[in-house]
Design a binder for this molecule. Structure first.
Ligand code: GAR
Length: 210
């Protein structure tokens, strides 16, 4: 397709990897013109690494260091080097539970994208589904956005609303949000890769589609 990019994605995650699996499936079924060049986790036993290995995708645990909410400088440098070595065009955060700042964002300027389980700017930070339930909102959802120096503050690429239902628990609401995430994330990446309207700032692909 003319104007279509075929990006190499570097996926970072800390958890079970359901968003990664949804992205991998969209690539496999041809709806997302991309390939995953590397998966990195800060959690050695994370499901996301297992899902990547099952698909034959390079998967690396990079020890995060001693901070609780960010990578230490060594881990950050190792992550940047691994992503560069894998010739990654776009860094896709899929449940990566550490804040990326400074050098990392400079290395991938405008090329780091995240999914957050609320309708930003409501409920940034941890356990956004619990924040929504505690607040008593009747609608929440998920947001795909570019990552900037703030916490969950970058330009919004797409959002999907999810109702909060009577009797919802944190688990049932999180599950409903995750179902929405699993369609919104691959769809948004595909629209962006295809250069469709409303999604600007495409990363420079070094691997144009043939
Ligand atoms: C997802 O719900 C994602 O929105 C959330 O972590 C979960 C990861 O699930 N991310 C954040 O809260 C980031 N602030 P997964 O490992 O199954 O994709």
């Amino acid at each position: 397709m003319q104007g279509e990019n075929r990006w190499r994605l570097g996926v970072l995650g800390s958890g079970k990897g359901s968003n990664f699996v949804a992205i991998a499936r969209a690539i496999e079924d041809g709806t997302l013109p991309a390939e995953v060049g590397l998966v990195i986790s800060d959690v050695e036993g994370a499901g996301i690494l297992q899902h990547a290995r099952e698909r034959g995708i390079p998967a690396r645990f990079i020890a995060p260091g001693s901070f609780r909410t960010k990578l230490d400088p060594q881990a950050e440098a190792a992550s940047i080097a691994a992503l560069k070595e894998a010739r990654i065009d776009l860094v896709v955060l899929a449940g990566f539970m550490r804040i990326l700042k400074g050098d990392f964002l400079k290395a991938f300027d405008g090329r780091v994208v995240n999914i957050h389980p609320s309708l930003l700017p409501s409920f940034p930070g941890l356990e956004a589904w619990k924040q929504a339930l505690d607040y008593g909102v009747k609608v929440t959802g998920c947001t795909v956005h570019l990552v900037d120096q703030g916490v969950d503050t970058g330009p919004i690429l797409a959002q999907r609303a999810v109702p909060v239902l009577e009797g919802d628990t944190t688990a049932s609401l999180h599950q409903r949000i995750q179902e929405a995430e699993r369609t919104l994330y691959p769809e948004t990446l595909a629209r962006w890769a295809r250069g469709e309207s409303g999604l600007r700032i495409p990363p420079q692909s070094t691997h144009p589609a043939s």
